[in-house]
Design a protein. Structure first.
Length: 256
């Protein structure tokens, strides 16, 4: 049997290849929706709970990303790494299953019908994610769901609507990650190891941002691109990045 490190990277490469080969059209469709919002001086909000927050955070202000993407980061939805004590795993397990919280999150961001919402959720079944998807749709926004169809289509919704993210979203990007997420087996160990959903969704997030930038350029709109400041061109990069932050602030100020 191959070394487990090799197994993991082979697995990840295979799953990335599957997304590349099967989700190209969906990612470009999603990018057009994002470009519609950004070109109209609106925003693309990104959100996920738990590990799903990580791809959302990557969309801005990461090097190579563009102004117009706006991650929503709720500390109660991502700080469960402490496990015990303040903002621990038990609190997270409770709060992400509470209906109404997702609407409260969106209400804090002064949404516009021309905004777009990108939701990252492996299962696509829990209350906060469905709250946000349904509320955004009710406001006239477009919703993009990045989720696992092998998981979600075989699991009942935990939301009172009975719906799952892939049933609500305007565009669905399927990670293809199986229900268990972890997939590597070790002799003598019952549970599998080696989760891949986070790595896949982060790759999808950057593909989506890149495709959005390309779509904007094709429309004659120059995107505001974040530059790596940790090079010999730090001053130039900092000036560009401050310009990008100012552009985000301009968009936020317009809706206050």
């Amino acid at each position: 049997m191959a070394d487990i490190v090799e197994q993991y990277f082979d697995l990840l490469i295979a799953r990335l290849g599957h997304v590349r080969d099967t989700q190209n059209t969906a990612i470009h469709e999603a990018a057009k929706l994002c470009a519609d919002s950004i070109a109209a001086d609106k925003l693309v909000f990104t959100f996920g709970t738990g590990h799903g927050a990580l791809p959302a955070i990557e969309t801005f202000p990461r090097t190579g990303t563009i102004s117009g993407f706006r991650p929503i980061v709720e500390s109660s939805m991502i700080s469960f790494h402490r496990v015990l004590g303040d903002q621990g795993a038990r609190q997270y397990r409770f709060i992400h299953a509470v209906e109404g919280y997702g609407k409260a999150i969106l209400d804090a961001h002064h949404l516009d019908p021309a905004d777009t919402l990108v939701l990252f959720s492996h299962s696509g079944i829990n209350a906060v994610i469905l709250d946000m998807a349904l509320e955004a749709k009710a406001k006239g926004m477009k919703v993009i769901g990045v989720t696992s169809l092998p998981h979600s289509s075989n699991t009942k919704s935990r939301h009172s609507s009975g719906q799952r993210l892939f049933e609500v979203a305007d565009v669905v990007i399927d990670t293809g990650v199986p229900k268990s997420d972890a997939s590597l087996r070790i002799d003598g160990l019952k549970a599998p190891v080696g989760a891949s959903s986070t790595s896949i969704t982060i790759a999808i997030a950057h593909a989506l941002v890149s495709a959005t930038a390309e779509e904007l350029v094709s429309r004659g709109v120059e995107p505001f691109v974040m530059i790596n400041p940790n090079t010999e061109h730090k001053e130039e990069a900092t000036r560009q990045n401050d310009r990008n932050y100012a552009e985000l602030w301009r968009r936020l100020r317009a809706r206050s």
